[in-house]
Design a protein around this ligand. Structure first.
Ligand SMILES: C[S@@+](CC[C@H](N)C(=O)[O-])C[C@H]1O[C@@H](n2cnc3c(N)ncnc32)[C@H](O)[C@@H]1O
Length: 199
């Protein structure tokens, strides 16, 4: 269960989001862009955490590519949708803030699709620390969110503030891009690959 109510829960967003993605799945649309980039960052058969997995699309795409994936998602209705859409999907109703080091180690934590701008207010550093704590020795975090025009009820999170928060959480930037196809960094959307800062 969520320890603090997320902006996502405050917004009551899951209905529209879930419906939109259900339509995309049944129309056979490409919803695997984030998973394709994640896959290029990984050895075969890697251990992955999908943090804030929504209705499970990224987890499903990474399972399909042969990885061992755990999805966590605090929104109960999205967990239900994930189980109905992808039977057998390994998803737990949990919050990033509830992760413990025993949940790891993971080769990659995927935290994409605006999770960072829907966290509970003031929990960004704590969430980054929690994800860092489950990384394996060479583990990395793939994170992406809108930098401008955030979706309804999401916060505005500037790249400079995010980078200050990740540094405070003991992480460093290995790569920053503007899309999951690695277009150059821009002011509209941020995609980062993070790893543990050297001591
Ligand atoms: C726009 S959805 C994206 C879902 C999924 N990552 C995707 O890209 O399809 C944002 C998600 O962030 C999740 N979220 C917000 N705060 C969270 C937290 N503290 N722990 C885990 N998930 C969280 C919400 O529950 C919601 O599912």
């Amino acid at each position: 269960m969520a320890t603090r109510r997320t902006r996502w829960q405050e917004a009551g967003n899951s209905g529209n989001f879930g419906k939109r993605f259900a339509e995309l799945v049944s129309a056979g649309e490409d919803i695997d862009g984030e998973a394709r980039l994640a896959d290029t960052l990984l050895p075969r058969g890697a251990r992955v955490l999908d943090a804030g997995a929504g209705m499970g699309r990224v987890t499903a795409a990474l399972l399909h590519r042969g990885h061992d994936v755990l999805a966590i998602e605090p929104d109960e209705s999205l967990v239900r949708q994930a189980r109905a859409t992808y039977p057998g999907l390994p998803i737990q109703e949990r919050d990033i803030l509830d992760l413990t080091p025993d949940d790891g180690p993971f080769d990659l934590v995927v935290c994409v699709g605006n999770v960072m701008v829907y966290l509970a207010e003031g929990t960004e550093r704590e969430a980054l620390r929690a994800m860092r704590a489950v990384l394996g020795e060479n583990g990395r975090i793939l994170v992406g969110f809108h930098l401008q025009d955030p979706p309804p009820h999401a916060r505005t999170y500037a790249a400079s503030e995010f980078e200050a928060d990740l540094t405070a959480a003991g992480l460093r930037v290995d790569l920053r891009a503007g899309t999951y196809q690695l277009h150059p960094a821009n002011d509209a959307y941020g995609v980062w690959v993070l790893s543990r800062a050297l001591d």
